[in-house]
Design a protein around this ligand. Structure first.
Ligand code: PHE
Length: 466
């Protein structure tokens, strides 16, 4: 074992970094729209079940694999004497690579909006959709042009990530999260108070607390499952990397519970910020506008609330912190793999990897509105299709690679490495794990069956997962 391997400087540092990875665009941008479509309170309830019964055991599994092996995602399986399972790590690294290509560009849009609300809010208010499209290279007259604004901001966002990663685990990632995460919680609470006290917010609140089982379909359940994995950063083997930096005396089940709780609370608070605010200012028809939701629909909200511009800047700053801490975790797991596997230097690897991912991400941004770049996809309902490249990249990771890697992890932990080994790793230095029987059943039977169901059904029915 490599004694010089990096470690977290403190328990709080790790928790904040792992929570930082989990809390991201998924919580604040995707969750509220999905909660609205899935029937408000009903969706939240289903989502909670997914986190408790599938998300938490999988997170615990990834953390124990990482800490037991003291290696990056690919090396982890080799160090545990099961080299044949390294493919799980490969799926994780490649998935993280593809996600970072687009995640960093969406992060760039967020940065653009921080700037936009600070400097030219009236322009956004005048035509929210036009402003969004203009960022992406589509003019009001339908003409397309090179989306240099989006690309410039994505480059800036990527540079911020690289600077933190180059500084290392403790000096960079941990330190950044120690500042960014508390700031995020403060902004979240300020926005929550503002949103629920808006006149007319009660309808939105009622909706988020109502249980409308008629709105629940199989699709809702699948969507909650995919969303919970994405949101908890599971199935990307990131938590294997983060777990590998953890000291042996750390209590993994407690940390897992804390991280899951923080991630879920942020998602729910984001729902309670956005839905009541949109109900209060725009009316229910405007809620849940898919990808442009956080960028387009919210403009009307900020415009119509007193001090809206300030809250606009705060909101996008919040999203920016969340996106940065998640993106950092994605890049760290790729860099950890490359530096350990090929013995490359950390600084050069980080710069090169970030540069290549940024370039590929440019294709993602260009395919949003300006250029008809296509990917390829297959499902049993629609056969072979050629969706926009941006959609194809998201399908590939969210519908295929995340569930595939998660399935690999729990099959490995449940049947090859065995839950007993995970439990032995967990129960060191006097740590007691009261739920070990439940954990074994979940990881051996419940999780693999549920994940296999997602994988198969998403391909058979063409269901959107994330
Ligand atoms: N969990 C992050 C979010 O909610 C996204 C993410 C997925 C980060 C996978 C790392 C790995 O936005």
């Amino acid at each position: 074992m490599d004694n010089s391997r990096a470690q977290w400087g403190s328990k709080l540092g790790f928790i904040l970094a792992a929570a930082g990875s989990a809390i991201g665009l998924g919580n604040i941008w995707k969750f509220p729209g999905r909660a609205f479509e899935g029937g408000g309170g009903t969706y939240v309830l289903i989502y909670l079940c997914m986190v408790i019964f599938l998300g938490a055991p999988l997170m615990l599994t990834e953390l124990s694999i990482g800490r037991a092996s003291q290696a990056n995602v690919v090396g982890a399986f080799r160090n545990l004497e099961h080299k044949g399972w390294s493919w799980v790590g490969w799926v994780g690294v490649i998935g993280a690579f593809i996600i970072t290509c687009y995640y960093s560009h969406v992060g760039g849009w967020v940065l653009r909006y921080v700037y936009g609300y600070a400097v030219e809010a009236p322009t956004i208010y005048a035509d929210p959709l036009g402003y969004f499209y203009a960022t992406l290279g589509l003019g009001a007259d339908g003409n397309t042009f090179f989306p240099w604004v989006a690309i410039l901001f994505a480059a800036l966002f990527m540079v911020c990530n690289a600077v933190v990663i180059i500084r290392g685990v403790e000096g960079g990632i941990e330190r950044f999260n120690k500042i960014g995460m508390p700031a995020l919680f403060v902004i979240l609470i300020v926005l929550l108070v503002r949103s629920v006290t808006l006149p007319g917010a009660e309808d939105g609140l009622k909706y988020m607390l109502s249980f409308d089982w008629d709105k629940v379909s199989f699709n809702t359940v699948l969507s909650a499952l995919g969303q919970s994995f994405y949101s908890l950063s599971i199935g990307m083997a990131i938590l294997i990397t983060y777990g590998s930096y953890l000291p042996k005396a750390e209590n993994l089940p407690k940390n897992t519970a804390l991280i899951c709780a923080m991630d879920t609370i942020v998602a729910i608070i984001a729902g309670f910020i956005i839905i009541p605010a949109v109900f209060a200012t725009l009316g229910p028809d405007q809620v849940g506008k898919g990808g442009g939701f956080a960028f387009v629909s919210l403009a009307g909200v900020f415009e119509s609330m007193p001090g809206g511009r300030l809250f606009g800047v705060l909101f996008y700053l919040l999203l920016l912190f969340a996106a940065l801490t998640s993106c950092i975790s994605l890049i760290e797991s790729i860099v950890a793999f490359l530096t350990e596997h090929f013995s490359w230097g950390r600084k050069a690897t980080t710069i090169w990897v970030c540069f290549v991912m940024f370039l590929i991400g440019c294709l993602y941004t260009c395919s949003q509105a300006a250029y008809p770049l296509k990917g390829i996809w297959y499902d049993a309902v629609n056969g072979v299709t050629f969706p926009a490249l941006c959609d194809a990249m998201e399908f590939l990771t969210d519908r295929l690679m995340i569930p595939f890697c998660a399935l690999g992890c729990c099959l490995f932990a449940g049947w090859v490495w065995k839950p007993e080994s995970a439990i032995a790793e967990i129960e060191q230095h006097g740590v007691r794990f009261g739920l070990k029987k439940v954990y074994s059943v979940l990881v051996k039977f419940v999780a693999p069956v549920a994940i296999l169901a997602i994988l198969v059904l998403s391909l058979v029915t063409g269901t959107t997962l994330s």
